[in-house]
Write a protein that binds this ligand. Sequence first.
Ligand SMILES: Cc1cc2nc3c(=O)[nH]c(=O)nc-3n(C[C@H](O)[C@H](O)[C@H](O)COP(=O)(O)OP(=O)(O)OC[C@H]3O[C@@H](n4cnc5c(N)ncnc54)[C@H](O)[C@@H]3O)c2cc1C
Length: 407
Amino acid sequence: MAELDVIAIVGGSLAGLRSAEALRRRGYAGRIVFVGEEPERPYDRPPLSKEVLAGKREPEQIALSKPEKFDALELDLRLGRRADSLDLDDRIVVLADGEQLRFDGLIIATGASARALPGAPTLPGIHTLRRLNDCLALRRELETSPRVVVVGAGFIGAEVAATCRGRGLDVTLVEALPLPLANALPQAIGAVCAEVHRDAGVDLRCGVGVDEIFGGDRVEGIRLADGACIPADVVVIGIGVAPNTGWLESSGLALDNGVVCDASLATAAPGVVAAGDVARWHHPLFDESTRVEHWTNAVEQADAAAARLLAGPDGAEPFAAVPFVWSDQYDRKFQSAGRFAPDDEMRVFHGSLEERRFVALFRRGDRLSGALAVNRGRQLIGYRRMIAERVAWKDAIAQAESADAGG
Ligand SMILES: Cc1cc2nc3c(=O)[nH]c(=O)nc-3n(C[C@H](O)[C@H](O)[C@H](O)COP(=O)(O)OP(=O)(O)OC[C@H]3O[C@@H](n4cnc5c(N)ncnc54)[C@H](O)[C@@H]3O)c2cc1C
């Protein structure tokens, strides 16, 4: 730990803040330079598609840390400042305004950005949602009761559609795949998600792409590949995110849809680790290279990456936390743990698809690999633990059957 006089953390949000906290908690007393492109102190993103967009919470209510706790970290702040490049020979982060920050250790936590729809024009009324500013700009426009079209029925698009319906707005949700979340969930569960939206009054159009978003001074509508033309005052593009690695392109670090790390979240460069949405690492439990774009992973990786930096290669431990995700849509809470794909074998317990309240268990090989709960959060916790413990599929099924039988 002695040679790490200065640690730079680039990416001033969830993984960045939690790694700074972890460094201090683990006894690091050196200088921490904390660089973040956004001007705000770290805030929480999940409420941006839920309570803040709904007008039920304000920006000052979503800070990730109380001011006095944040101050106590004694960070050398560079907020509202973007890192432009990384020089690994001289161990310097170069900011867009030219400032050069020397470091001994570096935590990369630059997260991800919303993807733009290829070919879409730049018109007022067309939005993406990643930052507080995006949310407030969209929220202002929702106040005039616009007709909203959401492109993309992944988690963010589905949540925006739900929040807009909650505000009583006309909402069309367009998805190129045959069902919502079809690239992540089995058909039967995508169908539940589709029903939930249709019952709430969303005009859901699946299996159709976008031909054109059109307008004059501002957006006026959207033309779909099947010829349908949907008038819109506001269009929200929710087609996924891309990791923020542009500033690392000339650094020599391995990049592959994220910053490539080993199982302990370390890059090939000594003293350089990554955490959160930007990090790709080899997950030992599932034996696959992966990148996770969810809150709990950013928090858990931040702690692990800070520990790895302080411990050095001799203290390296694989990061093996079971991914956990939640999404709130209307009165349904979707929560999942582990890994699964649409074609994996699935069994449903603790309710049914018809009730829209259940836990679906997923199998890979002879193990329980994933679980997805709808309004069954309590049960999911146990399955997350079982996935971590590599519980056999037959034992997981036996336990689920016994619980359903009242055992
Ligand atoms: C609207 C919304 C709703 C969500 N809801 C949920 C949910 O319900 N459940 C869930 O599990 N997850 C949810 N997520 C995902 C979750 O918020 C992210 O996984 C989490 O924010 C990742 O944290 P991070 O710190 O890795 O990255 P980010 O939160 O993306 O933070 C990265 C930070 O780095 C900054 N940065 C980028 N490039 C540079 C640079 N070159 N120089 C300096 N700074 C830079 C960015 O501006 C940003 O502030 C949601 C995300 C959004 C956007």
